[in-house]
Design a protein. Structure first.
Length: 257
């Protein structure tokens, strides 16, 4: 499937550039009804449950989530979506929208693919890794598509975007069905869903994630893993501060997942 068939807003996509570039606290845009309706419904229906054998489990004080980037294990409709939006053609469309030159998709979906949070799940505030550990390219854009029919405000799971000083939350976006969020990744793009998900046990916060890369800029930060940070309201905790440093380090990061 071509990305033009998968996307529901292709005709206006290029017109969104001013909104993206002027957004605060950093360039981003929220697009509702992103996927073609039938495709979105089928993708949600095929999304694997929490007991499926495909998941890699993150279960530590900073992140409690499920993830899968093994394309061969992902159900067919979701695989079609990933491949459509991981195409060179879609990356070129993102160049027009964002003004970031020479964007490239990540063929290995490193850190991307399918993500899910069960009740009690969360992902603390962080900056994404800067340099791809295998391709040695710089991560520049995140695209997240949510597939959560019937998601209510009281379930939480909001994607939060914070200011560069990590003093206040500027944007809180509920992960409702067929909503997409596209944002620039940089040294100030603090984001996460730090409040634990409160959905019923029969539901999960489901999303599809893709990342886009460029050749490293001269001033690119050499950040090999996500850098987790505390919010002003988070309690002082020396052990957790130490864990944040270990989780962000190249040597220790994988060991503390």
């Amino acid at each position: 499937m071509q990305f033009s068939e998968a996307i529901n807003v292709g005709g206006v996509f290029r017109l969104l550039q001013p909104s993206f570039q002027k957004a605060q606290p950093f360039p981003h845009i929220v697009i509702d009804d992103f996927l073609a309706p039938d495709l979105a419904r089928q993708a949600e229906a095929e999304f694997p449950g929490p007991e499926a054998p495909i998941w890699w489990t993150y279960n530590n004080p900073l992140e409690k989530k499920l993830a899968c980037n093994k394309v061969e294990a992902i159900p067919p409709t979701l695989r079609v979506i990933l491949e459509a939006f991981n195409s060179v053609g879609f990356a070129k469309l993102l160049v027009e929208l964002t003004g970031i030159s020479d964007l490239q998709p990540d063929p290995g979906y490193h850190g991307g693919g399918l993500h899910a949070l069960k009740r009690g799940g969360k992902l603390d505030m962080h900056l994404d890794y800067s340099i791809h550990p295998h391709l040695k390219l710089e991560r520049r854009l995140n695209l997240i598509v949510y597939l959560n029919s019937g998601w209510k405000e009281e379930y939480g799971g909001h994607l939060e975007l914070w200011d560069a000083q990590m003093k206040r939350c500027v944007v809180r976006t509920l992960p409702v069905f067929n909503r997409a969020v596209l944002f620039e990744t940089s040294d100030i793009s603090f984001h996460g869903n730090p409040e634990v998900v409160q959905c019923p046990d029969t539901m999960m916060r489901k999303s599809v994630a893709l990342y886009y890369l460029t050749q490293p800029r001269p001033n690119a930060a050499p950040r090999p893993r996500a850098r987790f940070v505390k919010r002003p309201q988070d309690p002082e905790d020396a052990e957790l501060d130490k864990f944040r440093l270990e989780r962000s380090g190249f040597k220790d990061g994988k060991a503390v997942y």
